[in-house]
Ligand binder design. Structure first.
Ligand SMILES: *Cc1c(COP(=O)(O)O)cnc(C)c1O
Length: 420
């Protein structure tokens, strides 16, 4: 499709001013409402990505706007030398929602990577076991994504993300995805922690085989190591439970040692949280050993409080479960789709014959925002306020989107032939 003049203008300005690290953005978005957003040329899109599993309440939710505005007009930033009511209220609520045992505590930060950095620092503090062997290793799973800062990056499996930044944080051991025996073998007396996403997000929305998280729990308990669950993408209702590990089919009843959160928590404002479960985990970091200037300030904690309020009041956890099932079964019916993964409203559908980037480009042209999460998988992580009708509109359009993506493949082949 030919670019119109305004698009050229913003693209040029973007290229002139912004670091190219993340690649070229697809559209200039100007405003949103609920699950819809509009671009600078006035085109409307159904947002099935929600800022990557972030905007639980969609765009410009009135209760969210009110809470953030009122807090900004009352008390914004205060530093950790002072406490605020929204911060205390949010921490208590998160502990209750996570069903965290007595002695658990919340550390607030500003992103998913930072939440995992705090977990990493806790892991480094795990005392040696009865054998006295020094603890030096952290076990992570192939396909994992834990963030882009140096510590979180070290636990992220994708070689292409890590290689340019060697030497990285040492002591990280990767185990093959889904291999329970390899996981158990890697967790020995030198292990500080196992970090795992209940469902791998960036790795392609991949569900672990049954029993995997239970094996991680057993192995870490035996070794005296921490089980860290990275719920940055799966948490806060997205997977049809407040936390994915609380789903019997995912967590199988396990209780973790540390849970990390971010994405869905702040409804768009940057906030993350690290929650050590129980008092021994909560005392790994001593006063003065960690912190961040902005962390858990009144505005972001008031925003997160409003997110939790609306999710609770409007039954959005149950809605994520029901809508997710409806979406998954409709996706499975589309010609060419061979698998649907995930849980609740974190989903991916697989099209082995197509490049997911072509599908996402065709969807965008048709007015739907989704994401190429791996070579053949398209991720959907809509706001939890999305309606059944909106999801149905996407699944109804999917056959045409798939056909358009297939045409893109043919066109590219023709271009290649012409060039040869
Ligand atoms: C997105 C993500 C992160 C990193 O979060 P940022 O806020 O981008 O730093 C970490 N873990 C998981 C599982 C994620 O999906």
């Amino acid at each position: 499709m030919a670019e119109t003049a305004p698009a050229e203008t913003w693209r040029t300005a973007h290229e002139a001013a912004l670091l190219p690290a993340l690649g070229r953005p697809q559209r200039l978005l100007t405003h949103g409402s609920g699950a819809r957003v509009w671009d600078a040329e006035g085109r409307e899109y159904l947002d099935l990505l929600a800022g990557i599993a972030v905007n639980a309440l969609g765009h410009a939710h009135p209760d969210y706007v009110r809470a953030v505005s009122e807090q900004a007009a009352t008390l914004g930033q205060i530093s950790n030398y002072f406490a605020s009511e929204p911060q205390i209220a949010l921490a208590s609520r998160l502990l209750a929602l996570a069903e965290a045992p007595a002695g658990s505590a919340v550390y607030f930060c500003n992103s998913g990577a930072e939440a995992n950095e705090a977990a990493l620092k806790m892991a480094r503090r795990v005392p040696a076991g009865p054998g006295g062997a020094p603890r030096t290793t952290i076990v992570a799973v192939e396909g994992s994504f834990h963030g882009r800062t140096m510590g979180a990056l070290a636990m992220t499996s994708k070689e292409a993300f890590r290689a340019p930044f060697e030497p990285g944080v040492p002591g990280i051991r990767f185990v093959p995805f889904g291999d329970e025996a390899a996981l158990r073998a890697a967790v020995d007396e030198t292990c500080q922690a196992v970090i795992v996403e209940p469902i791998q997000g960036e790795g392609g929305v991949r569900n672990h085989p049954a029993g995997y998280l239970r094996a991680a729990r057993e192995a870490t308990r035996e070794a005296g190591a921490l089980l860290v669950l990275d719920e940055v993408q799966t948490g806060i209702g997205r997977c049809g439970a407040w936390f994915a590990f609380q789903r019997p089919d995912i967590g199988e009843g396990i209780v973790p040692d540390v849970v990390t959160l971010a994405k869905g928590l702040g409804g768009g404002l940057p906030i993350g949280a690290t929650i050590p479960f129980g008092s021994s985990a909560a005392h790994l970091l001593q006063p003065g050993q960690h912190g961040s200037t902005f962390a858990g300030n009144p505005i972001v904690t008031a925003a997160a409080g409003a997110v939790l309020d609306v999710i609770e009041r409007d039954g959005l956890v149950a809605a994520a479960q029901d809508l997710g099932e409806r979406l998954a079964s409709a996706l499975m019916k589309a010609d060419g789709v061979t698998a649907v993964s995930g849980a609740g409203l974190l989903r991916a559908f697989e099209l082995p014959e197509l490049d997911s980037h072509d599908v996402v480009a065709a969807a965008l042209e048709a007015g739907f925002i989704c994401n190429a999460v791996s070579a053949h998988r398209v991720r959907l992580a809509p706001p939890l306020i999305v309606s059944a009708e909106q999801l149905d509109a996407f699944t109804a359009a999917l056959p045409d989107i798939i056909a358009a993506a297939a045409r893109r493949v043919k066109d590219k082949e023709k271009e290649k032939e012409a060039a040869a």
